[in-house]
Design a protein around this ligand. Structure first.
Ligand SMILES: Nc1ncnc2c1ncn2[C@@H]1O[C@H](COP(=O)(O)OP(=O)(O)OP(=O)(O)O)[C@@H](O)[C@H]1O
Ligand SMILES: [Zn+2]
Ligand SMILES: [Zn+2]
Length: 982
C-alpha cells in the first residue's frame, strides 16, 4: 500500500520535475540573458566582493553588482536562500564554473556557498565579471526522492505503524486516557484546549485544522511544550523557512531547548542564536573549529600565490586534510548540540537524512509535528515522517495548496496534501478544528466562515467589532469606519490588459483606484505599513509596485500566494479581471479568494469589475456579501480624480499640452478625493450599490428609479428647450453624477465637469442640431455585448443596408441602431413595429467586414440620407456613440468617460490602449520624452523639483529607466500582435 503510493508519488514528482526543467530550458533557449534577468532568474555583471570559508568547509562568496560605487543595488530578482545557482564566467564563452547554494540575499549583494567541485577548488577573483543563473533545485528533488524510496522499502523503523495508518491499511488506535493538563498558555480557548488534549491523547495521528487567525500556531506550540514536558523528543517541521522561524520564535519565548537546522544566514536575527551554527559557535570545540577554518583560508590564499604546480598541489592537499579534520570536529559538536535539544526544527527538506540529522539514531524522535501541512507536498512530508511513531499535522486545507508547475501532475494528485487526503478518509475521527478567530472583524469573517468552514467560526470579542478608526491616530472617515468596501468598476471601461502570450494579467485602472483608496486611508491616519495591496496576478503586483512604491515605501504589495500566512489591518484586493467574456481565470480557485480576504483584520476593500467577476458563482456570493454588509462605491465616484480632464469629451483637450510622454500618463494625478463631508452626506449611499453592473438594457436597477426619472425629466426638458447648456449643482452626490453621466451618454450629450474639489459641478451641453436626438427610454448598456465575427451574422440587418458606407464602423452602427430601435419599441409601439418589419425584410443580407479602423465618423452622414426620421435620430446618436469608442483597431471600449487622448495622434483611447507605445505612437513618445528629459531633467511633470543642474549619472539613470519602461511597453505590444496573428 505504502509502496504503491510512494511509487505513484515518485512518478508524479518526476512529471513535475520534467515540467520544471522544460520550463527553465524553454526560457534559457528562447530568451536572452537580459530577459532572464528581467524575469528575476539571472543576475548579470557581478563581481566577487569577498570570500571566506563557512560551515562544512564550504566556500562562501559574496557577489555585488559590478559598479564603481559600492552602493549599487541588485536588480529585481527572485533569488532566495536555498536556491541552487550556476556561476558563469561573463567573459568569453560564459562557461559554467560551478554550482552553489544561495545563503543570503540583500538588496545589494548575494552570497553563494560552493561545494568542493570535482576538479579541486573553485577560484574566483575580484577583477572578473560573473553572472549567476538560478538552476532547478536538485537538492530538494533528490531529498524528496530519497525519502520516497525509503518509504517504498521501509521496514521495521519507528514509523511502521504510522505509515499503515496514513495509507489506510490500519485504523488509528483508540486514544489513550490523559490526565488534565497544566497549560503553559492558560489563555487558550475551549477549541484550542480540546485540540491540545486530543493531540496528546492520540496514538499515531492528530490533525489540527486551523482556519485563518484561529491560533493554530499558538495551539501547536502548546502541544510541543506539553510533549516535551512528558519527556518526548520532538522534530518540528514546516514547508517554509518563515513558518519554521515563527515556531522557533514562539517556542523560544517559553525557554524551550530548541535547535534550528538550516542556513543560519537566512534566519531572522532573533532566531539565529538558536541555529545550529550559533550553537556550535558557543560550544567548547568552537575555538578549535575556528582555528581549523582559519588554517584552510590561509592555505587557500597561499595556494593562489603559489608559483609552480608542485607548491600549489602541496597546499591543496593540505586544505583537503584540514577539511577532513574540520568535518569530524564539526560532526562531534553537532551531535552534542542535537541531543541537547528537546525540539529540533527544520523545513521539511531540511530534515533530510543527508543533513545533520544523519548523526542521530534511527528511533531518536517520539513525535513529528508538521505545521502548514496543507501547503506542503505530501512527498516532502515523508522526509520527517519516517523518523517517528506519531505525527501531528496542522494547517488549513481551505487555503492554498502547494504550487505545482505541471498541471497534469497537479490534477493527478500531486497538489493534494497529506492533510487533506487523510481528512477525506478519516474525517472527524482524527481532526480538531479551531473555531474562535482572533484576527478579523465579524463582517469579514462571516463570509469565509459560511463559505469555507461550515459556519463554525466565531469572532473573539476583542476583534469582532474592531475597525481602523479604533487604532491610535486615526480619524473617523467613511473609509475607516467600514469593514467592507467594494469599489466596482463595472461599466467604467477599466479593462484588464490583454497581453496574449502572457499568462499574467494587469489592470491599470484598478492600480489607479487602489492608489486613490490608499490615499484616502493614509489621509485618515492609517499607516502605510498597516496596509497591504494584494492581487492574484504577478503582472498586476508589478504594476502596483511601480505605481505605489515610491509614494508609500512601507506599503506591502504582494500576490495572494505570497501573502498566505500573513495579516494586515487593512487589505486592498485588486481582482484584475475585467473583460467582456466574463473570464475569471484562476480567480475561480475558491481557496485563493479565501486567503485573499482573510488576511485583513479591520478593513477589506475589493476593487473589481462586478460584471466580469460576479459571473462566477463563488465570487458572486462574495460580492453579494459586500453589498449586504458593506459599502459599495462605483469607480465612477473616483472618476474625477482618476482622469480629471476626461470628464468632458469633444472639443476641449486641455490635457494634450501637459502630457509629455508615456510615463506621465501612468502617473497618478495629485490626489483629489471627493470631499469627505459631501460623500458622507450623500443620502443614497446605500443605493450606490446599484452600480451599472446591475443595469441591463431594457430594465434599470430598482432604487435608482426615482433619481433617474428626475434627472431624465430635467434632461428631456432641456432637450426640448433651445438652451445649449444645463448646469447641475455642485452638491450632487457621486452617485447622482454617475446617473447624469449615464443619461448624458445615453443622449449623446457633451458632459463637462468644471471647478475643483468641493466646487466641482457638472454641465451638459448640446451641440447644434442635437436637440432632435430622441431621448432613450432607458439607459442602455455602456458597452455593447461581445460579438465575435461568426455570430455577427445573427444580428438583424438595418433597414437599408446598401446605404451604409464602407468601413468597420458600420457594423457597430447597425447593432447600436438596432438596439435603440428595439428599446424604442417598448415606448413607441408604432415605430417599433415599423422598425421590426424592415429589419426582418433585410435580415441576413449584410455581412460583417470588420477590418478598417474607421469608427464610422463618416458613416453617420451617409446612412442618414434615406432613413426614416426615427432612424436618423437613432443613427446620429449611434454615430456619436461609435465615435466614443477607443481608437485602437477592433477595440470597442467606451472612451466617453475614461478615455485618454493621445497627444501625439490626438485620438481617444481606452485605458488599455492609451499609452502611446500600445497604439503605435511609441516612437513619437520616445522622441518627445527624450526632449523633455534633456530639457527639464525630470521623468514626468511633478516627479521632483526641477533640477537644471542634474548630474550626468542621475540623468543617465533616468534615461535608463525610461528606456526600460518604453522597451517593456514595446515588448508588450509586440507580444500582443504576435498573439493576434495566430
Ligand atoms: N486563546 C487566545 N487568546 C487570545 N489571543 C489568541 C489566542 N489564540 C491565538 N491568539 C492570537 O491570535 C493571533 C493568531 O495566532 P496564531 O499566530 O497562533 O494563529 P495562526 O492560526 O497560526 O495564524 P495563521 O492564520 O497565520 O495560520 C495571535 O495574535 C495570537 O496572539
Ligand atoms: Zn497616439
Ligand atoms: Zn481600447
Amino acid at each position: 500500500m505504502a509502496a504503491e503510493a510512494a511509487e505513484r508519488q515518485l512518478e508524479l514528482l518526476r512529471e513535475e520535475r520534467e515540467a520544471e526543467i522544460a520550463e527553465r530550458r524553454a526560457w534559457q533557449e528562447s530568451v536572452s540573458l537580459k530577459e532572464l534577468q528581467r524575469r528575476g532568474v539571472c543576475l548579470l555583471k557581478l563581481q566577487a566582493a569577498n570570500q571566506r570559508t563557512g560551515l562544512y568547509g564550504r566556500l562562501l562568496v559574496t557577489f555585488q553588482p559590478r559598479k564603481h560605487d559600492s552602493d549599487a543595488e541588485l536588480p529585481y530578482n527572485s533569488f532566495g536562500p536555498g536556491d541552487i545557482v550556476g556561476l558563469y564566467d561573463s567573459a568569453g564563452q560564459g562557461d559554467l564554473l560551478s554550482t552553489g547554494i544561495v545563503t543570503r540575499v540583500t538588496s545589494k549583494a548575494v552570497t553563494v556557498a560552493f561545494e568542493e567541485s570535482r576538479d579541486g577548488m573553485l577560484s574566483v577573483d575580484h577583477e572578473s565579471s560573473y553572472r549567476l543563473l538560478k538552476l532547478t533545485n536538485d537538492i530538494t528533488y533528490n531529498r524528496i526522492k530519497k525519502a520516497l524510496n525509503a518509504l517504498k522499502h521501509y521496514h521495521g523503523g519507528p514509523a511502521s505503524h504510522l505509515i499503515d495508518v496514513l495509507f489506510f491499511s490500519l485504523d488509528p488506535s483508540p486514544s489513550s486516557e490523559t490526565k488534565p493538563l497544566k497549560l503553559y498558555n492558560d489563555s487558550l480557548d475551549a477549541s484550542q484546549r480540546e485540540a491540545v488534549s486530543f493531540s496528546l491523547a492520540q496514538k499515531e495521528l492528530a490533525i489540527i485544522h486551523g482556519p485563518p487567525g484561529t491560533g493554530k500556531t499558538t495551539t501547536v506550540v502548546e502541544i510541543i511544550l506539553q510533549a516535551v514536558q512528558q519527556g518526548q523528543k520532538v522534530l518540528c517541521c514546516a514547508p517554509s523557512n518563515v513558518a519554521v522561524d515563527n515556531l522557533v520564535e514562539r517556542l523560544a519565548g517559553y525557554k524551550a531547548r530548541i535547535l534550528r537546522l538550516g542556513h543560519p544566514a537566512r534566519l531572522l536575527e532573533p532566531i539565529q542564536q538558536h541555529s545550529l551554527d550559533a550553537v556550535l559557535a558557543r560550544s567548547d570545540s568552537a575555538q578549535i573549529v575556528a582555528d581549523v577554518r582559519k588554517d584552510i583560508d590561509q592555505a587557500f590564499a597561499k595556494s593562489k600565490k603559489a608559483q609552480d604546480k608542485g607548491e600549489r598541489g602541496h597546499f591543496l592537499s593540505e586544505i583537503k586534510a584540514l577539511r577532513k579534520e574540520l568535518k569530524e570536529r564539526e560532526e562531534t559538536a553537532m551531535t552534542v548540540a542535537l541531543t541537547h535539544a528537546s525540539v529540533v526544527l527544520a523545513t521539511n527538506t531540511g530534515a533530510s537524512s543527508d543533513g545533520p540529522l544523519k548523526l542521530l539514531p534511527e528511533n531518536y524522535f517520539d513525535l513529528v509535528v508538521i505545521d502548514e501541512c496543507a501547503q506542503a507536498l505530501e512527498a516532502s512530508c515523508w522526509i520527517p515522517l519516517l523518523k517517528a511513531p506519531k505525527c501531528i499535522l496542522a494547517g488549513d486545507h481551505k487555503q492554498l495548496p502547494p504550487t505545482i508547475i505541471s498541471h497534469k501532475a497537479a490534477t493527478k494528485g500531486l497538489s493534494l496534501s497529506l492533510m487533506e487526503r487523510v481528512i477525506k478518509r478519516y474525517g472527524e475521527k482524527v481532526v480538531k478544528m479551531l473555531t474562535v478567530q482572533y484576527r478579523m472583524h465579524e463582517a469579514i469573517m462571516q463570509w469565509a466562515s459560511s463559505e469555507m468552514y461550515d459556519g463554525r467560526l466565531s469572532a473573539h470579542p476583542s476583534v469582532a467589532q474592531h475597525l481602523l478608526k479604533d487604532l491610535p491616530g486615526i480619524t473617523c472617515t467613511e473609509e475607516t469606519t467600514i469593514p467592507l468596501l467594494l469599489i466596482d468598476t463595472a461599466g467604467c471601461g477599466l479593462f484588464e490588459l490583454e497581453v496574449e502570450d502572457e499568462q499574467s494579467k494587469g489592470n491599470p485602472g484598478e492600480v489607479q483606484l487602489a492608489g486613490l483608496h490608499i490615499q484616502a486611508l493614509v489621509d485618515a491616519g492609517v499607516k502605510a505599513q498597516d496596509i497591504a495591496v494584494v492581487a492574484p496576478y504577478n503582472l498586476q503586483v508589478d504594476m502596483l509596485r511601480e505605481h505605489l512604491c515610491h509614494k508609500y515605501p512601507e506599503l506591502e504589495i504582494k500576490s495572494v500566494d505570497g501573502f498566505q500566512g500573513r495579516e494586515k489591518e487593512a487589505v486592498i484586493l485588486s481582482f484584475v479581471r475585467s473583460n467582456r467574456k466574463g473570464e475569471v481565470g484562476f480567480l475561480a480557485e475558491d481557496r485563493r479568494i479565501n486567503v485573499a480576504v482573510t488576511r485583513a483584520r479591520r478593513h477589506v476593500a475589493i476593487i473589481c469589475d462586478s460584471r466580469t467577476v460576479g459571473s462566477q458563482a463563488f465570487l458572486g456570493r462574495l460580492l453579494e456579501h459586500f453589498r449586504q454588509h458593506g459599502q459599495v462605491h462605483t469607480a465612477f465616484e473616483y472618476l474625477n480624480d482618476l482622469v480629471p480632464e476626461n470628464y468632458s469629451h469633444g472639443g476641449e483637450q486641455q490635457q494634450s499640452t501637459k502630457a509629455p510622454a508615456a510615463p506621465s500618463t501612468k502617473q497618478q494625478p495629485a490626489p483629489r478625493r471627493k470631499p469627505k463631508a459631501a460623500a458622507k452626506a450623500a443620502p443614497q449611499k446605500q443605493e450606490a450599490r446599484c452600480s451599472p453592473s446591475t443595469s441591463r438594457p431594457g430594465g434599470e436597477s430598482p432604487g435608482t428609479k426615482g433619481d433617474t426619472n428626475k434627472f431624465k425629466a430635467e434632461l428631456e426638458a432641456f432637450l426640448q428647450s433651445d438652451k445649449t447648456q444645463l448646469d447641475f449643482p455642485s452638491s450632487l452626490s457621486p452617485h447622482d453624477r454617475m446617473l447624469i453621466h449615464h443619461l448624458a451618454e445615453e443622449h449623446g450629450l457633451q458632459h463637462i465637469s468644471t471647478g475643483e474639489g468641493r466646487d466641482r459641478y457638472i454641465s451638459i451641453r448640446k451641440e447644434l442640431g442635437q436637440a432632435v436626438v430622441a431621448p432613450a427610454a432607458t439607459p442602455s448598456e455602456q458597452q455593447p455585448a461581445p460579438q465575435t465575427q461568426d455570430s455577427s451574422g445573427e444580428v438583424p440587418a438595418p433597414t437599408k443596408p446598401e446605404e451604409i458606407s464602407e468601413g468597420s464602423g458600420k457594423v457597430d452602427l447597425k447593432r447600436l441602431h438596432l438596439e435603440r430601435v428595439q428599446r424604442e419599441k417598448a415606448r413607441r409601439e408604432e415605430m417599433a413595429r415599423k422598425a421590426q418589419e424592415s429589419s426582418v425584410s433585410t435580415r441576413g443580407s449584410s455581412r460583417k467586414k470588420d477590418k478598417s479602423e474607421c469608427k464610422g465618423k463618416a458613416a453617420a452622414k451617409t446612412t442618414a440620407d434615406g432613413a426614416s426620421e426615427e432612424d436618423i435620430d437613432a443613427l446620429i446618436s449611434a454615430a456619436i456613440k461609435a465615435d466614443n469608442t477607443c481608437g485602437f483597431p477592433h477595440c470597442k471600449a467606451s472612451v466617453t468617460t475614461l478615455g485618454q487622448i493621445c497627444p501625439h495622434c490626438n485620438r481617444r483611447y481606452c485605458f488599455s490602449h492609451h499609452i502611446p507605445e500600445v497604439h503605435s505612437c511609441g516612437d513619437k513618445a520616445k522622441a518627445h520624452a527624450r526632449q523633455w528629459i534633456s530639457r527639464e531633467g525630470v521623468l514626468y511633470p511633478g516627479s521632483g523639483p526641477k533640477d537644471k543642474s542634474l548630474d550626468p549619472t542621475k540623468r543617465a539613470h533616468l534615461q535608463r529607466r525610461l528606456d526600460k519602461k518604453l522597451s517593456d511597453l514595446t515588448n508588450q505590444r509586440k507580444s500582443k500582435k504576435k498573439g493576434k496573428e495566430k
